[in-house]
Design a protein around this ligand. Structure first.
Ligand code: DGT
Ligand code: MG
Ligand code: MG
Ligand code: MG
Ligand code: MG
Length: 282
């Protein structure tokens, strides 16, 4: 195509490539979901339909983007993780973030009626924001995942106790808030048990632990998956070979079963039992 005198404007576009060899987390979060959850009268503190819908939309995102190897959801947020070797969209930050945000939002709206058959979705429609964060080490990435899961636990214990005081204890929100100010986890467990006969341990796992979405390869025996290659030691032939291998791995990932589990990701066990997650070698 001929150059026009307007072409120069292209030079104003700035590159936004994420650093190579870093774990990429794209976290999305519902916009104004405080209001949104009121509008559709979400159950407090947890609405199973709303959380199932978030999980269903996240699974669709993962099946459309095989490069995502794990995702974690709580409340109105979801974190999607790309392996440090991922080269999708040349690691362009805005392209990765906007693709995930729009794919997730499209499915959230599309699947809404499966989860809320009696509540038609009306404008203003739900929307999500998103950001990409890079982590240089597995430890940093695992600490990120642990941070979100600890947040889930702290918030859920607080919210469960807060709403028990209101719904079962007849308190108003201000009094309940005062009652819980400065309380420790043990105090909240005690309030739940002694006043409302609620054993927090018996609350649903999805509420206590959030939702972990990943590709499951049941046939892979733990320990049979190779760990890190030393990229720098590769010859050109080896690099080409590993490129076809990468393509094969990608296809295999695309075919794997995507599962949602409400399990602990903080302890080593989750990662040790599923070595393919961090090795990226399905
Ligand atoms: P933002 O993210 O700054 O646009 O504002 P919000 O209002 O989305 O605030 P955020 O993301 O910090 O908090 C999430 C809100 O969503 C919070 O007010 C509780 C609500 N929410 C999320 N899941 C549920 C649920 O299952 N049940 C109920 N009742 N509310 C929920
Ligand atoms: Mg927010
Ligand atoms: Mg939000
Ligand atoms: Mg949120
Ligand atoms: Mg285009």
């Amino acid at each position: 195509m001929a150059n026009s005198k307007y072409e120069y404007v292209k030079a104003f576009e700035q590159p936004d490539l994420l650093l190579p060899n870093t774990w990429i987390v794209v976290r999305i979060d519902g916009r104004g979901f405080h209001k949104f959850s009121d509008k559709y009268a979400f159950e407090k503190p947890n609405d199973r339909r709303a959380l199932d819908l978030m999980n269903a939309a996240a699974m669709k995102v993962m099946s459309e983007l095989p490069d995502i190897f794990i995702a974690y959801g709580i409340s109105d947020e979801y974190s999607f993780v790309f392996h440090k070797s991922c080269t999708l969209f040349e690691r362009r930050s805005s392209k990765l973030v906007t693709t995930i945000v729009s794919t997730f939002t499209a499915y959230y709206v599309h699947l809404w009626s499966n989860f809320f058959p009696d509540l038609p979705l009306t404008a203003p429609l739900p929307s999500f924001d998103g950001r990409a964060v890079q982590y240089p080490s597995v430890q940093n990435l695992r600490d990120y995942m642990s941070w979100r899961q600890v947040d889930c636990h702290i918030n859920n214990l607080y919210n469960t106790t807060f709403w028990a005081l209101i719904q079962n204890g007849g308190m108003d929100a201000k009094t309940a808030e005062k009652e819980l100010a400065g309380s420790l986890a043990a105090d909240k467990n005690e309030i739940l048990f002694s006043r409302f006969k609620i054993n927090y341990n018996n609350e649903p796992e999805m509420y206590k632990k959030g939702s972990v979405v990943f590709r499951d390869y049941e046939l892979v025996e733990p320990g049979t998956v190779e760990l890190e290659d030393d990229e720098s030691a590769k010859t050109v032939e080896e690099a080409a070979l590993s490129k076809t291998q990468a393509e094969k791995d990608r296809k295999r990932r695309a075919k794997a079963r995507i599962t949602v589990q409400h399990v602990d990701m903080i302890k080593d066990e989750f990662w040790e039992r599923r070595p393919w997650l961090l090795s990226n070698k399905p």
